[in-house]
Design a protein around this ligand. Structure first.
Ligand code: SF4
Length: 660
């Protein structure tokens, strides 16, 4: 957004930002009108992302050249008007691909990564152009689609023809574009665009509010918006509150944490969105946070014990227990890198002993993954009752991903998962107690078990940032030892803190038992596979071993024949490996509460039976009403609950919110 020759100009970025947050349009507008100062914002992570984006785009252009496209490269030297002329001239001359194509029509402007010539006649001749965006993200977001729609519209006014398609090229797909039909998105694009035009025309300053959204993480206005929310005691500071609950509470006239903390229970109105229980929970959460704010003393209270949940998920401590923590960067290479694996075990004296394993590339990533799993398997033979404690689901998700990526240690990971060796203490905390914290993070909870960190968290964050920027740009050699030491200290303290949290929870459990409560331990599982699976797997592994005999792990060292054998060997277990992911997802969804499921697109929650609408006596079709939620459930999907099959979706209507 900018003013040029007295006219407000809008770009594709403005449309994408408006889609993500209406308030950002207000603030950008006020800054352009010089009514507020645009804050200085420097995020080295964003600079690295830009650099990686440029590299990806350059690689794609090289790919086009290899395919014998005549590519008109970027010419950054000239000013805006000339750059637009350059695009128009290049389109008229029929260039195969135009990089960094500046486009403008009236107040709308944009710079498309690439315009690609296609054999479809237009005003230009026997050809026309389609827009290609080179994006780092593996999943195409709504904002990207809207940007592509705007570029396509700007291209259309030059060539007199609306392109049929638009494309996104992500890294690691052999530059195979993901193609979208423009007409599928035009109506929505025009809706958002006109909403933005209306917003800047009327200036919504009095009506937009900085409700927290995903964009806040990388938004330059964050300090200002956060200050405003703090000053307003906004409901978003209540730990675990859902967006739909904030909306419902606002409808009831409750807009502050303090207001929620004193809301009368039981509820006098039935909420239109979400279950009443969920409102009682956030009310109690707000009450504790308000108490802490008023007294300055952190407080927690225990939730009523439930079988197989909360403290009942704590296995008996073992001398062989392991406390694990990863440091990872999702933007390194394709699919990210777990670059530091740290764990703590207990010495005979009971003191924690820390071990760290670093990986700066995929090869060493594989090695540290294998070393860790081998270490655990060997340790299990000495301590069959050991468990691996971690905080949040990241560690188990990462181990499953590494297993799939490197196609190694599959049996071992399966065995550990089946045996329930991993214990997520974040889940245990959330299900067993309520605390006066804004976030149930390890660091926020440390005040309760008296863990004091020696590594300054700001230094640690800065070092993590520096290291990750270097990893993403493949310049890790330039990182100083001091940075590595700080990251390692931070990781060590996370591991030790996890141990201290486990001990604190054990103490609570002990006290409850002394007070006469019954809290069971999880059932001990061997982790052995079902016999049939085991037999089949043994045969597959034997065949795999024969195929891989003498074949190098390094693809560059393989002959064509060896590479074919390598592929064949890994295809043997491909289906089995692929089938695991839906089951992991199923178990993850089973672990969510009804309220959490309301915000989970892969599930649906809060179904209420309305009536029987057809089918047979043996196979009836029932209609259910569901509360407002964004769901991916579609006709033909099978629905599963934690206790088994619920049926198949005959029809779903998001407008009336009914499901048959
Ligand atoms: S910080 Fe968040 S709420 Fe504020 S303008 Fe940016 S995206 Fe919107």
């Amino acid at each position: 957004m900018r003013i040029s020759d007295g006219q407000l100009q809008l770009s594709a970025t403005d449309v994408a930002k408006h889609l993500a947050c209406r308030h950002v349009t207000t603030l950008d507008m006020l800054a352009v009108l010089k009514k507020i100062e645009r804050p200085y914002w420097h995020d080295p992570g964003v600079a690295v992302l830009e650099e990686r984006g440029l590299r990806h785009e350059a690689a794609y252009l090289q790919h086009l050249k290899d395919l014998r496209y005549d590519v008109l490269a970027d010419d950054d030297g000239c000013h805006n008007g000339l750059r637009i002329d350059r695009t128009v001239n290049a389109m008229r001359s029929g260039a195969g691909a135009i990089a960094q194509a500046d486009l403008q029509n009236g107040r709308w402007r944009g710079r498309a990564d690439v315009l690609l010539r296609v054999d479809r006649p237009s005003d230009l001749g026997n050809w026309s152009y389609e827009v290609v965006d080179t994006k780092l993200a593996r999943e195409t977001r709504g904002g990207t689609i809207l940007q592509l729609c705007l570029y396509s519209e700007l291209v259309a006014q030059i060539q007199g023809l609306m392109p049929d398609r638009m494309h996104v090229v992500s890294p690691g797909q052999g530059f195979q574009p993901e193609t979208f039909r423009l007409h599928d998105f035009l109506a929505y694009y025009r809706f958002v665009k006109s909403r933005l035009e209306k917003a800047v025309a009327e200036n919504e300053i009095l009506t937009t509010y900085p409700d927290p959204v995903e964009l806040c993480d990388i938004c330059q206005w964050w300090p200002r918006c956060n200050d405003r929310r703090r000053a307003d005691d906004h409901l978003s500071f209540v730990a675990g509150i859902l967006k739909l609950q904030i909306g419902q509470l606002s409808n009831w006239g409750i807009t502050t944490l303090a207001g929620l903390a004193t809301m009368r229970l039981p509820l006098s109105n039935r909420p239109e969105r979400g279950a009443p229980d969920g409102y009682a929970k956030v009310r109690e959460q707000a009450r504790l946070q308000l108490e802490y704010r008023t007294t300055g003393t952190p407080v927690y209270e225990l939730l009523p014990p439930e079988p197989e949940r909360g403290l009942a998920k704590l296995p008996a401590p073992s001398s062989g227990d392991v406390f694990l923590d990863f440091e990872a960067d999702p933007f390194v290479e394709e699919g990210g890198l777990e670059y530091l694996l740290g764990y703590v075990t207990l010495l005979d004296t009971g003191e924690p002993e820390y071990t760290s394993m670093w990986a700066f590339d995929r090869g060493s990533g594989r090695r540290i993954f294998e070393s860790f799993i081998d270490f655990v398997m060997e340790r299990r033979s000495n301590y069959p009752d050991l468990h691996i404690y971690h905080f949040s689901q990241y560690e188990t998700t990462a181990l499953k991903r590494l297993m799939g990526r490197y196609a190694t240690r599959e049996d071992e990971i399966d065995r550990l998962l089946r045996a329930g060796v991993f214990v997520d203490l974040h889940g245990v905390v959330k299900q067993s107690l309520r605390a006066s914290v804004e976030r149930y993070s390890l660091k926020d909870l440390e005040v309760f078990f008296g863990f004091e960190r020696k590594t300054d968290l700001r230094d640690a964050k800065q070092s993590l940032r520096n290291l990750e920027c270097a990893l993403e740009l493949n310049q890790v050699g330039a990182v100083g030892q001091e940075v590595l030491n700080t990251v390692e200290s931070y990781n060590r303290e996370d591991c030790v803190s996890t141990l201290r949290l486990r001990n604190w929870l054990e103490g609570i459990r002990r006290n409850l038992i002394l007070a006469g409560k019954e809290i069971s331990r999880p059932t001990v599982q061997t982790g052995d596979p079902a016999e049939a699976v085991d037999e089949r797997r043994k045969r597959a592994l034997a065949l795999m071993e024969r195929l891989l005999r003498g074949v190098s792990e390094d693809p560059l060292q393989r002959t064509r024949d060896e590479h074919a054998r390598w592929l064949l060997a890994h295809m043997l277990e491909w289906h089995r490996r692929e089938e695991k992911a839906p089951w992991w997802e199923y178990f993850r969804l089973c672990g969510l509460t009804d309220e959490e499921l309301l915000e989970e697109r892969s599930g649906i929650s809060g179904l209420e039976f309305i009536k029987r609408v057809g089918g047979t006596e043996l196979c009836p079709i029932d209609r259910y009403q569901f509360p407002p939620q964004d769901t991916q459930i579609r006709e033909g999907d099978s629905l599963e609950t934690s206790t088994g099959s619920f049926g198949t979706v005959e029809a779903i209507d998001n407008a009336t919110r009914t499901l048959d």
